[in-house]
Each structure stands twice: as C-alpha cells, then as structure tokens.
Design a protein around this ligand. Structure first.
Ligand code: 13P
Length: 253
C-alpha cells in the first residue's frame, strides 16, 4: 500500500457534550499501540477539551468545517486558525451534510481547503454521489467533478485526505459492494496521480465512509486503495471505533 499510513477518522457530527470525553480516554487507553493514525472530529464546542484529553495519546483531533476567511464578520462561523488554536490538526471539509444543509459548492469547499492549508491543518475533503446519481450511472462523473472542483493545487500526502462517502450509505446501514467501493477508490487514485503527479497522488490517503462498523470493516479494508475510514455513528463509542481501528491495523499492517 505505497507509504500511506492507514487512517481511522471519526466524525462525531452534532453529537457529544462533556460526558462524551470519557470515550476519548477509553479509546486512548485501548489504542495506545495502534499502527493506524487516529483522528476524532468532535463538534467545535468540544474541540479544545478533547484535544487536552487526547494530549500525549495516539489520537489527534480535528474540526468538521471551517470558514474560508481567517477572521471577520461571519457570525456563527469558525476559522481554520481558530480550530488550530483549539488544538486541531485537521478539518473535515465538504461533507455531504454540509453540501446539502449549507449549500456548499465545490468552489466553497476548495476555498475552505485553501484556508485549512494556510492555517497548517490537514484537510479531509469529502466526495460522494446520491442514490439518484448512482442509479443514473453517474457516480464516476459526479465524483470526478467534485474532485476537480473541490481540490486546490498544492496538495500533498500530508495536507490532503480524500473521503469517498456515498450519500445513500451515510447513516443508513447500506454499504456499497466491495467492487463498487474499489471502482471509485481506483478512479480517485488515478485522478490524484494525473492531477498532482505520482509522488503526491500515491501518497494521499483515500478513506471510505458510510455505515462502517466493526462487523463490515474487515471486508471494506481489504479493498485496494482504501486507506482507512471516515466513521460517523460507530465513532461515538470507543468499543466500536476500537474494533474498526483493530480491523484497519490487521488489514493494512
Ligand atoms: P455513518 O458512519 O454514521 O454512516 O456516517 C458516515 C459519515 O458521514 C462520516 O462522515
């Protein structure tokens, strides 16, 4: 698998208050010797406390969104520099829930990614088709378009992770077949190599996301060009996320 360190990333979405920090401690205790990188992205209100709880452990923390400007009159928004200041090393950008709920376009995602890089954060840029797009056999074209529009130049294996998350697989318990996952991940790898060159294109990690659980993780991680997972619901419990990390370590170790 080239030189890509597997990555298990957890997206807590709009879940978690102070009590949930117990899960971070439990995960850190259980995963002290994990080979995979581990990233947890809590709501912004928990970021600083989670970063403190995770200090000195295998766990890094990240945001779930940032503004494209560094400072200014943007009520309710958080900048990449603020995430970094709170202890984040990464940020999820262009998640389908933000593309849908906040009308985020590829251009907005690209500008946010640039802002993340300027602040020194790793961007986890999400792409994925809806069910209607898949049923119309448009999956590959949709994701090619999202990649072309959402990724700025200057990508490296350190500042960029791409997450393939079919919208219809998020929170539904429905998972694409391993052939379907492999087809998209192979295509993403090819596009990354074409656009950024083989060195960078082969070093960017490509995650799968959408109803990943301990029970299906082994099968998903056996797919070539799947370098880890972006996990929603199952990242909220240390036991479940730990099971996914263990499967990733075994599959890619
Ligand atoms: P679920 O794992 O809950 O399906 O969510 C996936 C996701 O959207 C992660 O960003």
């Amino acid at each position: 698998m080239a030189d890509r360190t597997p990555l298990a990333a957890g997206n807590w979405k709009m879940n978690g208050t102070a009590a949930a920090l117990d899960q971070v401690k439990a995960l850190a205790d259980a995963q002290g010797s994990a080979a995979s990188d581990i990233l947890l992205c809590p709501p912004a209100t928990l970021l600083q406390r989670m970063a403190q709880a995770a200090e000195g452990t295998k766990i890094s923390v990240g945001g779930q969104d940032c503004h494209w400007n560094e400072i200014g009159a943007h009520t309710g928004d958080v900048s990449a520099a603020m995430l970094k200041d709170a202890g984040a090393t990464a940020v999820i950008l262009g998640h389908s829930e933000r593309r849908a709920d906040h009308a985020e376009t590829d251009e907005i995602v690209r500008n946010k990614t640039k802002a993340a890089w300027e602040a020194g954060l790793m961007a986890v840029v999400c792409v994925g088709e809806t069910l209607a797009e898949r049923e119309a056999a448009n999956t590959i074209a949709i994701i090619e378009g999202q990649l072309a529009g959402s990724l700025p130049e200057q990508a490296t294996g350190h500042n960029l992770v791409v997450a393939y998350e079919p919208v219809w697989a998020i929170g539904t318990g429905k998972v694409p077949t391993t052939d379907q996952i492999g087809e998209v991940h192979d295509m993403i790898r090819s596009r990354l190599i074409e656009r950024f060159g083989a060195g960078v294109g082969k070093s960017v990690r490509v995650l799968y996301g959408g109803s990943v659980k301990p029970s299906n993780a082994t099968e998903i991680f056996a797919v070539e060009n799947v370098d880890g997972a972006l996990v929603g619901g199952a990242s909220l419990k240390a036991d479940d996320f730990g099971g996914i990390i263990a499967a990733l370590d075994t599959a890619k170790g």
